[in-house]
Design a protein around this ligand. Sequence first.
Ligand SMILES: *[C@@H]1O[C@H](CO)[C@@H](O)[C@H](O)[C@H]1NC(C)=O
Ligand SMILES: *[C@@H]1O[C@H](CO)[C@@H](O)[C@H](O)[C@H]1NC(C)=O
Ligand SMILES: *[C@@H]1O[C@H](CO)[C@@H](O)[C@H](O)[C@H]1NC(C)=O
Length: 848
Amino acid sequence: MHLFLLLILQLPAANGQIDPEHCRYALGMEDGRISDEDLTASSRWYETTGPQYARLNCEGGDGAWCPEGQLEPSDSQYLQIDLRRLAFLTLFGTQGRYARGLGKEFAREYRLNYSRDGQLWKSWKDRLGKEVLEGNKNTYGVFSNDLKPPIIARYVRVIPVTRLSTTVCMRVELYGCPWEDGLVSYSAPEGQLMMLPSYPHISLNDSTYDGVRDKRKLSGGLGQLTDGVTGQDNFLKTRQYKVWLGYDYLGWRNDTPGTRGYVEMEFVFDRLRNFTSMKVHSNNMFSRGVKIFSSVSCWFKPYLTASWEPEAVSFSTILDDRNPSARYVTVPLNHRTARSIRCRFYYADVWMMFSEVSFQSAAAPSASSTSDEGNTPILIGCLVTIILLLVIIIFLILWCQCVCKVLEKAPRQILDEEVTVRLSSCSDTIILQTPPVPPRSRHPPTGPTNTDPYYERVFLLDPQYQNPAMLRNKLPELSQSAEASACGGGYAEPDITQCTPHQSFNNSAPHYAETDIVRLQGVTGSNMYAVPALTVDSLTRKDISAAEFPRHQLIFREKLGEGQFGEVHLCEAEGLPEFLGEGSPLPDRDGRSVLVAVKQLRADATGQARNDFLKEIKIMSRLDDPNIIRLLCVCVSSDPLCMVTEYMENGDLNMFLSQREIESTLTHANNIPSVSLSDLLHMAVQISSGMKYLASLNFVHRDLATRNCLLDRRLTIKIADFGMSRNLYSSDYYRIQGRAVLPIRWMAWESILLGKFTTASDVWAFGVTLWEIFTLCKEQPYSLLSDEQVIENSGEFFRNQGRQIFLYAPPLCPPSLFELMMRCWSRNITDRPTFEGLYQALRPHVNQ
Ligand SMILES: *[C@@H]1O[C@H](CO)[C@@H](O)[C@H](O)[C@H]1NC(C)=O
Ligand SMILES: *[C@@H]1O[C@H](CO)[C@@H](O)[C@H](O)[C@H]1NC(C)=O
Ligand SMILES: *[C@@H]1O[C@H](CO)[C@@H](O)[C@H](O)[C@H]1NC(C)=O
């Protein structure tokens, strides 16, 4: 029942204000919910490039909307989209005309105009006043811009911008959610300047207001009070960068002439509405003379030209001198119906500061005569929901018991190459399945739109997730969602998601594959190849085919990394060529000494770790392939145990690529280190070849990634496995309780959810590695998703309802190759290519 409580606790959160981080649903260009007749344009070049073809990722007509003729820098051609209702737009995606490779046109830049009524058009500006948005760089990639501030509008015009005369074509998608508030404008006195000793002036103005500013009064627009960004407890701190102090708040001072102890605001709505409440996010930093309002009175009118109804709704707040947090103050509006509301907020102190105002209302009433007890319907709704949830949970538990039985047999049916770690069995886990926890949206929990599949959720693409400072702010929330998603919260449908009991997340009980991974990870934190049937209970020296090297001839150069039980050093091995004798293929070398990587077991390592280490040596010594790192020799006659493997001077592929650009005349002219496309393909072929070899021996690598591919001067690649032991790449691994680490961004869904590692999951990782190569390792896979979201995404892969997020097509990557990557990420193992197949498919590319 633990989870059940958790759900109930989450419900109120769903009944909040708009949350721009979750309001990111595609609004229907791609999937056709926006109909052709709602798409218009200033012009079209041909019938086949009309506005109805401006749909993202669609190839109808000639593949995009193109305005007529050459676009000149002074032109303002536009594509207009009517959303049929007000929407809160947070993201805008564009794409050029691909037309199966025939298209050449795309817009490098564009502007957006928007309108709430179809008459008055406004141009969008970002928070720093910039109007032009970055567009596309090629004909097929999708580029998305976060709209900050968001747009609240029904009509949007996309206006391609060019600096030179050129032809442009565009495909677009809008992302956001319905604007349920229905607020179309508010008016208020302009915010004021606050003077504090030793601070620059603190400007509490409404900097994104899109209406009229006249004589210090704002009217006819929306702005910071509806941008979804709430201010912080300390109003001097802002959530935006490069802005001034006090940016998030609109604030007014009590004792300026003309104020009569209150601030008056007027709100206009799209239609007649029946209001439940108003929420005002207000600062309460009383140490600086800021408090929430002491009381508020609101008047209503049913249509805009009517006069105010005499009866007001008044509400007094409970002032709070203890807690200085900023907060939402909820003002009940007693189900009054209105098209427009005027409220007077009375000061409780010298200053009053608001950062958000939102309204909870239902659309115009149809004169129903139900009782006036405000909370009854909500209560009934909650009860019904609870009962429904209970029924679903009971059903799922019953259903699951059945599935568990199937599961015990399932692996053999699902996975052809059966090399799995032991799963925690059903009997010692509680399976928790819940109905989908809705993204925090503005819908009340009982509302019909709550489970509305109408809007597909788009995952966060928010750059703030890349900003460590912002992330830290979110940490408490993140850790909660980690628990929730690890224990069923994120995995909605009845499925084979397995989960340990909730408490176990906080103590030492194992979490999915953790036990095995920790064990395999063994020595240096590097879980070298997991091998099927290799029982090494009594490993002896004669099992190890590698020769013993004199320890004193290893000269320490630098530490490459360390793990739980050991360290990896870069060493020079003196006299190694002679030691190994003729015919031993050694990496590049200059002179007598050779660079080697030395994995060393700590002297105090446990017996288990020692055994694993020997096991790893045994496995390694069986591997012999030009694209797999070779075990050269060992030092096992005395402690500490060492294994000596090849190391290559160019370091790892990740480092190598991330320091390079793609070859072009520019890189030649400026002597920038570069690689060519054919170099990249050559790398891909070599990795597939090495993996093909491992697969032929039924070895599962488990951590294929560019950071684990080493490179010599002739760009020969050898697959190794140091990743986890290197601090440099620690962000690539997901840490469970600070112990087990998992490269989740490279892991197949079944590895994340079920702890299954097979050659097919290596194929998945190979796809991600290819992706890294073709993005020149400039970006972490799914860099915009948090670890928890990556795990959540693997749940989407399992469910396979089209909501999973794939890595995007890297601009450098030929489409056929991207198709190959996509096949590596097939949900079903049998749909994924084999390494043999990948090798065969990649090899022809190299000689093109
Ligand atoms: C965009 O809006 C601005 C007003 O902000 C207006 O001057 C301009 O003409 C509009 N452009 C289009 C194409 O609607
Ligand atoms: C708001 O105040 C800031 C800082 O004083 C100023 O730069 C900005 O122009 C003001 N914005 C408006 C719209 O008045
Ligand atoms: C507003 O809605 C509530 C319930 O949602 C209802 O009881 C009330 O009668 C409605 N008010 C009007 C004026 O229709």
